[in-house]
Design a protein around this ligand. Structure first.
Ligand SMILES: Cc1cc2nc3c(=O)[nH]c(=O)nc-3n(C[C@H](O)[C@H](O)[C@H](O)COP(=O)(O)OP(=O)(O)OC[C@H]3O[C@@H](n4cnc5c(N)ncnc54)[C@H](O)[C@@H]3O)c2cc1C
Length: 465
């Protein structure tokens, strides 16, 4: 039986122990905020996925003291060649290296399971982390929230964060509770919201548009095979370390990136025959992936190698639909949603997880100072923190989701305007200007206000929203 002091102490319950859940765990541990995290599966599963980390996320990882452990595993990306369907290189870009010059931090690609391993290893008190413990229910009283886990145990806390991904159970439970009073809102929470512009130049120059869309539903229009393959310098090296190859076909595209010595992370993106909506977005099997390889395998990705060559050298590959959208309602009473549970971007520019880290910063920047001042805050005070997080994160989520969607369509040449832009406009925009535009976007990412800024950053840097 817990003591009175223990039951009244502020405690965060986190559902989900992936990129966002473990990031939150580290942030709370560093800020001395009591928490407990529940993960449905294991902490660092190998799914064949990679994760690209951008400068504004790396700054947060530096603050959390985990960046060095990732840095030592990677070769920062530098160059990116863009090829057409005939194998002609229509753009040799050094923009990634220029971004590193401007922002003093690189863009990197690492195996997702290795990134998760680093996050997990760096949590000092592992007794707070519970693997194989899915959250299946929650109930609220005036001042507490109690979750039930799959094993029938109950755990009490002050707030619950749903960081449990695109198929979020917490979001579903929250919608069920809201449906008692507002059925149409509950439906939108379960479905999401999405809209994108066709604005070709911006697609390539990235991250210049902000949009707020009321349209409902997570949608999926593109499918993706993602994989890790061997990039063996002795036997078969597809592309040199630090290099990215992008190839543009009509209706599909591919990316290969050599971000870790000896490995290549690659993606085949294919426009689907139909647009689907959650909860009816497809789930794919190994046979579906094989069928795609049969159809698209002979397509070149870079000089001297095809999709099939990458597939044959795979360590692990998976096929998924690329959902996109932003959920309308992110909070209810003592429950708040974060990461893919509320915003889902297509993966071509690699920003969905990075956006999740922005969310961690925006949320904890409100909660941590509040708890320092008021160790047992009222629901009204917590609601204010939740609202501030949503007000900062939601517009940014729309920007990232919209622009990521445009880039997916740009690379798959989904219209003649995008095709024209890719061949005749974007290559003529200087790397310097592209790096500047990207830096403006990246500099809009927040950091953890309650931890010291790394020495790389100038003194007096102003925290964006
Ligand atoms: C192939 C691929 C490549 C990508 N590349 C990039 C990239 O380069 N850069 C980038 O920024 N983003 C990238 N993304 C997106 C990025 O992976 C996601 O945005 C990110 O993983 C979201 O993190 P999350 O913690 O919110 O959700 P998830 O990573 O989906 O994690 C949710 C976690 O919750 C757990 N869970 C589910 N239900 C429950 C429950 N009931 N109780 C407890 N736990 C539960 C799950 O097991 C899982 O561990 C990529 C995505 C894919 C698919």
């Amino acid at each position: 039986m817990a003591s009175n002091q223990e039951t009244s102490q502020f405690k965060v319950l986190i559902a989900g122990g992936s990129l966002v859940g473990l990031g939150l765990a580290l942030a709370f541990e560093r800020a001395d905020v009591n928490y407990e995290l529940f993960e449905k599966g294991d902490f660092a599963p190998q799914l064949g996925a990679s994760i690209g980390l951008h400068p504004h996320t790396i700054r947060i990882l530096e603050q959390l003291g985990v960046w060095k452990d990732i840095e030592e595993q990677v070769v920062p990306l530098q160059d990116r060649n863009h090829y057409d369907e005939k194998g002609y290189c229509f753009e040799e870009s050094h923009v990634i290296a220029r971004i590193q010059d401007v922002l003093k931090r690189p863009i990197i690609f690492v195996e997702r399971c290795k990134a998760l391993e680093v996050l997990h290893n760096n949590v000092k008190d592992k007794s707070k982390l519970h693997a194989q413990t899915a959250v299946v229910g929650y109930e609220e009283t005036a001042d507490r929230v109690t979750i039930t886990t799959e094993d029938g145990e109950q755990h009490e806390g002050s707030i619950l964060i749903g960081a449990d991904g695109i198929h979020s159970k917490v979001r579903k439970l929250m919608a069920d509770k809201i449906s008692v009073t507002d059925q149409s809102l509950a439906k939108e929470i379960n479905e999401g919201g999405f809209k994108y512009f066709l604005f070709p130049l911006f697609s390539a120059l990235m991250f210049c548009i902000t949009d707020n869309s009321p349209n409902p539903a997570f949608t999926s229009e593109y499918n993706c095979i993602f994989a890790v393959s061997r990039n063996d310098t002795e036997a078969q090296q597809f592309l040199p370390d630090a290099m990215v190859h992008n190839v543009y076909y009509d209706g599909y595209s591919a990316i290969a990136a050599a971000g870790v010595h000896g490995l290549v992370f690659w993606f085949l993106f294919v426009k689907s025959d139909s647009l689907t909506r959650t909860p009816n977005c497809p789930r794919f099997t190994d046979e579906d992936a094989e069928a795609y390889i049969e159809k698209y395998g002979s397509s070149a990705v870079g000089p001297g190698y095809t999709v099939k060559n990458l597939w044959d050298a795979r360590v692990k590959a998976t096929m998924v639909p690329l959902e996109e959208g932003v959920i309308k309602q992110w909070t209810h009473n003592r429950v708040v949603l974060m990461g893919d549970a509320v915003h889902k971007a297509t993966i071509n520019p690699g920003l969905g997880g990075n956006l999740g880290y922005e969310g961690i910063a925006r949320f904890t920047n409100g909660l941590v100072p509040l708890l320092k001042e008021t160790p047992s805050p009222s629901l009204e005070q917590l609601t204010e923190v939740f609202n501030q997080y949503v007000a900062g994160q939601k517009p940014r989520a729309h920007t990232v989701v919209n622009n990521s969607g445009q880039i997916t369509r740009y690379e798959a040449q989904s219209s003649w305007t995008l095709r024209f832009a890719s061949r005749y406009i974007v290559p003529w925009v200087s790397d310097g200007l592209k790096a500047k535009l990207y830096a403006a976007f990246s500099n809009g990412g927040p950091w953890l206000s309650y931890l010291p800024l790394p020495a790389t950053d100038p003194e007096g840097l102003k925290l964006p929203n």
